[in-house]
Every structure is written in C-alpha cells, then in structure tokens.
Design a protein around this ligand. Sequence first.
Ligand SMILES: C[S@@+](CC[C@H](N)C(=O)[O-])C[C@H]1O[C@@H](n2cnc3c(N)ncnc32)[C@H](O)[C@@H]1O
Length: 412
Amino acid sequence: MRSWNRLNSRTDNTAHSRVGDFYESHPYPPPVDDIERYRRRWDDQRRRVDSHLFWPSESYRDDRSILVAGCGTSQAAHYAVRWPNARIVGVDLSGPSIAFERELKRKYGLDNLELHELPVERAGELGESFDHVVCTGVLHHLPDPDAGLRALRNVLAPRGALHLMVYAPYGRAGVYMLQEYCRRLRIDWSDAEIDELAASLKALPPDHPIVSLLHKSRDFETKAGVADALLHPQDRAYSVPQLMEFLDRADLVFGRWIRQAPYLPWCGAIASSPHHARLAALEPDEQYAALELFRGTMVRHSLVAYRRDFSPAVLDFSGDEWLNYVPIRLPDTLVVRDRLPRGAVAVLINRNHTFTDLYLPIDARQERLLEAIDGKRRIRDMGRAMADRDLARKFFEQLWQWDQVVFDTSKN
Ligand SMILES: C[S@@+](CC[C@H](N)C(=O)[O-])C[C@H]1O[C@@H](n2cnc3c(N)ncnc32)[C@H](O)[C@@H]1O
C-alpha cells in the first residue's frame, strides 16, 4: 500500500494544517512502548462483550475488519493486540504518531496491522469497507467534522458498527475558558510555555470550573495532555441534540451509548427524584439530552452508530424474546458487599462509570439471578433462579441499563 503525504492540495487548508502541525509537535496520546499488560487483559470474555455490545444480534466473531481512524500514537496497535484474528487498519494525519504505531507493530510483530498517514476525510482512498470503524477524540478537531464523519460512513460496511467519541460541551466549560485565556495571552506550543502554563494552573481558584477536571483527568498529568486540552488550535464539542443532528447529516443512526446508565432516568439518584416520571415519559433522545443537562459534567460522548439502512434488532423486554437472550457480564463490574443500603445483599458497580450515584443495590433473589449468568446460557435456561419471571425480566433489563451486562440475542 502506498503512503500518503500528510496533506495534499485537495485537503489542505489553514485549519487543517494547523491541526497537523499541532500533532506533529505534540503527538497524542503520549507514546507508550509497552502494551503487554493490555494484551493480557484482552481475554475471550472481553472480546465477546465487545462484540455483543456493538452487534447484539450477531453470533460472536473475532475476525472483523477494523479501521482505527485518527489512531494517534498507539490506538491501532492496541486494537491489533486486542483482536489478533482481525485485520486492523490505522490512519492518522500525523507522521510522528504513525511512526510510533509502526514501532509498536515492529516490537509486537503485529502482522494484522496496516498503517497509513492519511486524513480521515480521505478514508475512501483505502478502497475498502470495514465492519468496525473506531474514531475517538478526532472528529471534534477537524475543520469540517461533517466531511470526516461522512467519509467514515462511506467506508462502513452495510452491517458495520461505528464507535465514535466526541467532546461534550457543558462538562468542558472550564476547558473552553482556559483555551480562551491562553489565546488572549498568546501562549504558544513550546515546551517552556507549556511548563509555565502547567505551573500557572496551580494558582487557579479552587472553585474554577476547570479545577475538578484537573484533578480527575489524567490528561493534565503530561505536557502533551495539557497542550491537547488547552492549546489545541481546533476544538469543538457536541451536546446530545447536536450529536444526533451530526449523525443524521451523515446518514447514520444512533445505536447506543458505550456506557448508557448516565443518560438514563432509571439509573442513579434521578430515579428517585420527583422528575423521574416526567423524564421516563420522554422519547429516548430527549431523555439523553435532559440527562446531559442534569448531570452537568459530562466531558465526552461515546456511542455506537450504524448506517441508516441497517437496523440491528432492538433489545425488547416487553414480549417473550428476552428469555432467549444470553447475558454476559461486563469485565469491569464489581460486586461490593460492605456498607450496604438497607435490604441489599450487594451493590453492583461498573468501574468505568464516573458518576458516584451509579451503584445498583440488589436483594437475595436478584443475586441468585446474577449468579446464574455464565455468559453461555439463555435466560430461559437458568433453572430455579427463574422462578419469578416478572422479577427476572425487570432485573435483566436493569442490569442492561446499568451497564452490568450485554446480551447475545442471536439465539432467538
Ligand atoms: C486526541 S488524538 C486521539 C488519538 C486516538 N484516537 C485515541 O483515542 O487515543 C487525535 C488524533 O487525531 C489525529 N487527527 C486530527 N485530525 C485528523 C485528520 N483530519 N485525519 C486523521 N487524523 C487526524 C491527530 O493527529 C491525533 O493523532
């Protein structure tokens, strides 16, 4: 395969080359040279969960073709170790980032990984379509994000799934204030300026809107992270309604959030507030939009989208179909058994949730259902644990809403 120059006349414009220059001098994320632990972490259970998160109604496959669009310094190599039987193509605008990916490819003998210095807007030049397109942290940096998303939609296979992550505006209000502050002071991208900026951030008032992010986000621990967050020449964010319009313009439809509990009125403190019923009566898109405003601190949205002409089966707990679903527990979930709320025998937590109200107390009967999950059995085959069907129906739907399980619905 040929390699492309970072820019050519067709895609060159000032904003585009500013972004290119930025990543030439500040490859992101900070390069890593050891992905062995990550490789070991990605066992079959993780792969099965991932496969059914994106394709609930298809049997498990580990050989899908994957495009990692705007792969940065290591994301494509991570995908290549995570899916050894899949073919991975990584593209990025930044030559230095692709060079770091190539070094990982060499070091780990990743024959399943192909890399190109290529803007996502020109993904069509790869001349193929992909079962899975992953684009995280990229499109909000494009001069024309619509052109980028359309290009990705056009290389998505008919039954393909897109994993997209873009910035969310309200939780990043403090970041945008500091970006404006840096522009006013004409702070540049030199190491000395970034050092001074990092030192000055320590003098911020403790209740400045960015301060909690400085403490919570690992992005601010490195120079590349500080530069990426505060000195980026091109950065926009999408509220939920803007995101839905963004997808619509590219002929894509929303599938699900990668982690959905924060967007749902059934999960967390809002479920017992006086507004719960009103929120629950809204259409899903309206619920998500309201919950983004209510939660207030979301900094990004991560979602699954499909082509408009592919509608994967929607999970349905109203008829009897759910009895044929195979629940698979998510790997990063915990069963906590101390400091329990009254009546609970355990509390279920997903370690990837950042909102602390997202813990699900369960009672003894629910615990029996939880323990009946082996990742292979359909719900209807769970024997005595299924004595109370209505309780089971509610509980399995809850486990799904709370990001505790995904379902393999291909046994229907
Ligand atoms: C914040 S990094 C994210 C990297 C990676 N996706 C991840 O999640 O770790 C953004 C990446 O997008 C790349 N990028 C920005 N504009 C691009 C474009 N038009 N085409 C391809 N890559 C682009 C940058 O070079 C950079 O590597």
